[in-house]
Design a protein around this ligand. Structure first.
Ligand code: H2B
Length: 96
């Protein structure tokens, strides 16, 4: 399925709904950092996100140290932010 990069106006509008995320223009994606009580909580969250990411065939770039998870969502196939990233961000917010 083809997916296109969102234009600036659509992106700005969409980001108003995603309060925890900020746009990183250098990375062409959106970022959120989450902090959990410990590694087990952080990894449990990552496991839940991994299952939906795999089902959607859309995967986060992320980095974990102990209780912290840093996430970047971008669509490689589109060269920037797409609707798939917004959908995954909403799902991540649900688990956070
Ligand atoms: N994840 C992300 N974040 N961007 C993509 O463009 C992407 C992906 N493409 N997961 C998918 C997999 C693609 O490589 C496969 C072949 O569908």
């Amino acid at each position: 399925m083809s997916v296109s990069k969102l234009d600036d106006q659509t992106r700005a509008l969409a980001l108003k709904e995603l309060a925890h995320w900020e746009y990183d223009s250098a990375a062409q994606g959106i970022r959120r950092t989450l902090t959990f009580t410990d590694f087990a909580e952080a990894f449990g969250f990552m496991a839940r996100v991994a299952i939906i990411a795999e089902k959607a065939d859309h995967h986060p770039e992320w980095f974990n140290v102990y209780n912290r998870v840093e996430i970047l969502l971008t669509t490689h196939d589109a060269g920037g932010l797409s609707q798939r990233d917004l959908d995954l961000a909403k799902a991540i917010d649900f688990f956070a």
